[in-house]
Design a protein around this ligand. Sequence first.
Ligand SMILES: O=C(O)CCC(=O)C(=O)O
Ligand SMILES: [Fe+2]
Length: 349
Amino acid sequence: MSTTTLPPIIQASKRSHFDSVPVIDFSNAKSQNIRERLELANEIREACMNVGFFYIKNHGVDQNLINEARKNLEEFFALPLEEKQKIIGEGIKGYSPLQSGKNDPYASQGDMHEGFEFGWEDLEVTEAGKTRDDGVMSGDNLWPEQPRDFRKAALVYYHALIEFGLSIFPLFALALGLPETFFDDKTTKPAALMRMLHYPPQKGITDNRVMGIGAHTDWECFTLLWQDEIGGLQVLNQENTWIDAPPIPGTFVLNIGDQFARWTNDIFKSTVHRASNKTGARRYSIPLFFGVDYDVDITPLDICVSSERPSKYPSVTAAEFVKSRFEETYGKTKAHEDPAAGRVVAASA
Ligand SMILES: O=C(O)CCC(=O)C(=O)O
Ligand SMILES: [Fe+2]
C-alpha cells in the first residue's frame, strides 16, 4: 500500500516530541457547527497521537459539585485509620490504605497514597439494580458512615463526570475519522470507576523510588482526572524525560488508557505517568477511569491497521482485557489473604 492510500489516521500517526501537556478548549464541544466540532476533534487527535494527555478547559462541569466532592473526601481521609479500615473490601471497592498498592515494582515501599474507590450506583437507593455489573470490578460499593454527605457528594459528582465523559466519545470518533455515533452502542453501560486519592506529604523522602503513585499506564479508554492545586503529576515523553503536568485551575486532565491504545493499534498513546508529593502539604486528586461496555470487542480498528502497520494486538473484549490486567496486577492471590501481594491500586496499575 503506498503512503497516499493509507487511511488518514495512519498517515497522520507520527509521534513528535513534547515538553508540555497541551490545553484544549472544549467550548465548542457541543457546537451545532460541524466544522467547529471537527476543529476541536483535530486538536484532540494531535494530543492523543503525540502526548496521550491533554487538559480540558471550559468543560462545563459545575464547580460546586467538584468542591462538594473535595470537601467530603478531605473529611473522609482525615478520619482515624480504624474508621476508614471498616470499609476495606475484598475487591477494589472501598478504602485502600497508604502503601497498599505498587504501581511500579521499583517503588518497593508501595505507593504513598490512600484511596477510596467506587463504581456505578444510582443516587436514589432502590432494592434492585443498585450497582451495575461491571465485570471484574463488580461488587457493591462500600460507603463510609462518615462524613454524612459523602455518598451523595461522591455520586452526584460521579454522575456529572459520566455525562461529561460520554459527551467526549463523539469527539474521539471524529478524531479517528469515524462516524460521530460510532461509540454510542458501545457505551450504553460504560464501565467507569472513580478513585478519590490522598497523597500525604512525603516528608524527608528524596528517594525517587518512593512515589505517590509509581509509573504506570491506565487500563481503560481514558481517564478524567481532577487534581487540586498542589501538583506532582508527571508524564513520560518519548525521550524518557518526565514532563510536569501542573494543576491548571478550572481544568481536568484527560489521558488515554490501554483500551484505546489497543483499539487504535497504538495510534492513540497510553502514556506512562506518575505522581509524588514532596511539597509539605496534602494533595488530593480524583481520577475517573472510563471504559466502554465490557462486552465490546477492542480488536484494533481496520482504519488503524495496514500492511506497514500490522495489528499489534489479538482480539479481546474490554472485559477480558481488564480481567487480564487485573490478574497480572493482583496475581492469583487475593490481597487480603496475602498482604505482601499488596492491594494494588485498582483500575490503573
Ligand atoms: O493523582 C494523580 O495525579 C494521578 C493518579 C493516577 O495516575 C491514577 O490513579 O491512575
Ligand atoms: Fe494513572
